[in-house]
Ligand binder design. Sequence first.
Ligand code: TXA
Ligand code: MG
Length: 345
Amino acid sequence: MKYTKKSYLCTVKTTKRYTPNELSDAAKIIRSGGLIAFPTETVYGLGADATTEIASRKIYEAKGRPSDNPFIVHVHNVEEVEKVAHLCSVSKKIFETFSPGPITVVLKKKPIICDTATAGLSSVGVRIPSHPVAREFLKICGVPIAAPSANISGKLSPTTADMVFRDLNGKIDGIIESDDIECGLESTVVGVFDGDVRLFRTGSISIEQLEECLGQKITVADRVKENEAPQSPGQKHKHYQPAIPLTLVENVSEISPAGGAQGGRVGTDCKPAPAERVGVMTLQNFNAPKNWDVHLFKDTEDYARNLYRTMDEMAQSGCVGIIAVLPSEAGVGRAIRNRLMRAAS
Ligand code: TXA
Ligand code: MG
């Protein structure tokens, strides 16, 4: 028998853009099994009803996401967490301290969440976002919402509605517009296993903050060693890649005045012709060629908030490559380094 792959995608030609005053209309689409991208304080999420298989399948198809990579389930408050997963005293404390906010906790899942949303795992990552539009939207939808970042798999996570639209126009039903994203990097992901807390993905909430809250050391498992199976499926997939080559340096002194980055540690070395424009993302000022596009961030929070948007703007405006001067490991710097290293690898 001939096998034909069934498409679950919506048939809209153009994705509708909703204002934050039109959340009820967008919520109706979620409740009828459709896909809506919505803003959170981290990045835009591509949302679907986490309790129905077909809605989750649509997300995998729209993003071109590997089918072994589970989604984070978003809920409105801690009582709602208990409807979708089993909480222990440690995970409860993490939610009470950092939620609503940019943290995801991996817990044992309850049957209400469909197996497709968790890629067949018996665990589920749960998050209570703090963005006011996301909170209101979750409340109106009245169902837990599965939402990975609203980008084509492997590309930059979107922090503006335009970035979502460019990637997913015609593949999803709608986008709720609200470009006031506070963190700019995906949530910190931790797993709690018999009281042991493991960090799977760094984010705005730092290791130091988690250890202080819990009064115990956490196991850092955000980097997969060669020949080791990842504990969080997303760790093995390509991520965060801009449309132009990215080179990383530790210090502006490594950027050669002739153009390009000498000794860039990771990524494709950028060796532009003199007339070509290079984008530079940095916390340290320096004397760049006049035609270069230098983005000087105020501090590491500003770097995190504008990282994806700046790389996107540099690619859109015709830069031939990007040089990123890495921040130090302190605080959110660790998460920025993690995203940039993966983007350049
Ligand atoms: O900030 C965020 O977390 C955003 C917004 C939209 O909430 N979402 C997001 O989702 O970044 P996504 O799918 O791009 O990344 C989710 C990560 C993946 O690396 C996935 O493997 C991991 O979380 N993850 C999800 N469920 C998991 C589970 N049950 N066990 C281990 N890792 C899990
Ligand atoms: Mg993602």
